[in-house]
Ligand binder design. Structure first.
Ligand code: GBH
Length: 459
């Protein structure tokens, strides 16, 4: 029954922010409308062999035309916050210079629609859809891209800053740098370690310069979202495994956290910048820009890492400099992505951030899972997704009990959408999308999440 005592409830702090997240290229479609230019994902998706079945974001969820219905669904579920991203090629089709007003108009209308429904808009300025024209000039390997990003931030804030309080500069710069330029599994699909380290620094600089622009415009709350995780040694008693875990922790977490929150690259990461001839990109004064205070650190968490030292292993192309280290398969239930399910990785991560980078409010800006969903009689019985979210919310609650300053939780994702290299083959939504009809069906997880929001906790 529902007559539960306080002991049976896991209640979150008052004012805890609940919501869901999306990203422009993954949901908008309307790729050729209102002056939008091509992004690196338009190009990458059309490169044979890069994306599952050659899927593109040309139509995606057609959210560009259906945003009113989508906002109505959000309101029906009781979401308090909606995190979405801005498509740079809509705002500045040439990458730099003049603003395309029609591009901004879309986000202006979306923001008003959200506010009308009492939903707090949270804008991410970059979620991977770089204008192709900027990639043609070096993309994130070029310092100019960081300067252009600050101008973009100023333009978007100039139009929406009177109504939007929370601004996120970048989503997961690790993915942009290492999946985009080192392993080539994301756009622009380059496989060049030096480029990945140059991109890392220029992305961080972009974050810092955009933060300055947002502050100058009076933005209330500035944040950065990182994909962070716990990286453990396969054998904690083996010194080599521990060193391996430390290096991967550096490449995944500290290479972004330390410059932003401590004003310096960690020594082991600086050695990699040097080894891959990228240290010259780090100029005097950059770290002061990069480490300007932020109000909120966004965390995207899906799975934890387990590594082991193995002499002679070539290492992983996603971590240039990781020779002698291998990923260890984990004996755990997995999602449809084959990602092991491990909520303790999240509580450990939140407590580690609390200990190592004190004083920064935290927010889970993405957490969720892909499973194989089918609509039967108008329902999707995704109990696997409910238990995934429930487990990670329990882990979040536990971390709060132990002192983590966690301010909110956003589910990834509002809608099934274009899952990058997996195309439409993987479904992360709490709302099912039929890509033939564009029909939306809230899954059981959406109804469950709505109930969690309404009671500010789990029962
Ligand atoms: C997020 O990225 C994105 O922000 C979002 O757009 C995306 O839809 C969502 O997650 C679901 O994927 O790449 O070989 O090292 C998550 C990115 C993907 C990074 C898995 C770590 C581990 C395997 N993560 N990746 S590998």
């Amino acid at each position: 029954g529902r007559e539960l005592t306080g002991v049976d409830q896991l209640t979150f702090p008052q004012g805890f922010r609940w919501g869901a997240a999306t990203a422009s290229y993954q949901i908008e479609g309307a790729a050729q409308e209102d002056g939008r230019s091509r992004s690196i994902w338009d190009t990458f998706a059309r490169t044979p062999g890069k994306v599952h079945l050659g899927h593109t974001g040309d139509v995606a969820c057609d959210h560009y035309h259906r945003y009113r219905d989508d906002v109505a669904l959000m309101a029906q579920l009781g979401l308090g916050t909606y995190r979405f991203s801005i498509a740079w090629p809509r705002i500045k089709p040439d990458g730099t210079g003049s603003v395309n007003t029609r591009g901004l108009d879309f986000y202006d209308k979306l923001v008003d629609e959200l506010l009308t429904h009492g939903i707090d808009p949270m804008i991410t300025l970059y979620h991977w859809d770089l204008p192709q024209i900027l990639e043609d000039h070096g993309g994130w390997t070029s310092r100019d891209t960081a300067l252009a990003f600050a101008d973009l931030a100023q333009a978007v804030h100039g139009r929406l800053g009177d109504r939007v309080n929370t601004w996120t500069t970048l989503n997961e710069p690790w993915c942009s740098a290492f999946l985009g330029y080192a392993s080539g599994i994301h756009a622009p699909g380059r496989e060049d370690a030096q480029a990945a380290y140059l991109a890392t620094h220029h992305l961080l600089l972009a974050h810092g310069l955009a933060t300055q622009a947002l502050r100058a415009g009076g933005a209330a709350e500035v944040s950065l979202t990182l994909n962070l995780t716990r990286v453990s040694p396969a054998n904690p008693a083996d010194r080599h495994d521990v060193e391996a875990a430390t290096l991967i922790d550096g490449l995944q977490n500290r290479i972004f956290l330390d410059p932003v929150l401590r004003g310096a690259y960690p020594a082991d990461m600086l050695r990699l910048f040097e080894r891959f001839r990228a240290a010259g990109a780090i100029r005097d004064g950059d770290l002061a820009v990069i480490s300007a205070p932020i109000d909120l650190l966004g965390i995207n968490y899906y799975q934890a890492g387990l590594v082991r030292a193995q002499v002679g292993s070539p290492g992983s192309p996603v971590y240039p400099g990781s020779e002698g280290i291998i990923d260890v398969p984990q004996v755990k239930p997995v999602t449809a992505m084959d990602w092991p399910i491990d909520p303790t990785g999240l509580s450990d991560l939140l407590l580690r951030l609390t200990a190592d980078y004190p004083g920064t409010p935290l927010m889970i800006t993405e957490n969720g899972a892909a499973f194989i969903d089918t609509v039967i009689d108008g329902r999707v019985r995704d109990t696997d997704r409910i238990s995934y979210l429930d487990g990670h919310l329990r882990a979040s609650h536990e971390a709060i009990q132990q002192g983590a300053d966690l301010r909110g939780f956003l589910a990834w994702s509002l809608l099934d959408n274009y899952e990058w290299g997996y195309g439409y083959g993987q479904r992360f939504g709490i709302i099912h999308v039929d890509y033939d009809t564009q029909r939306r069906t809230p899954k059981d997880s959406a109804l469950w999440f709505s109930d969690v929001i309404s009671r500010n906790g789990l029962s």
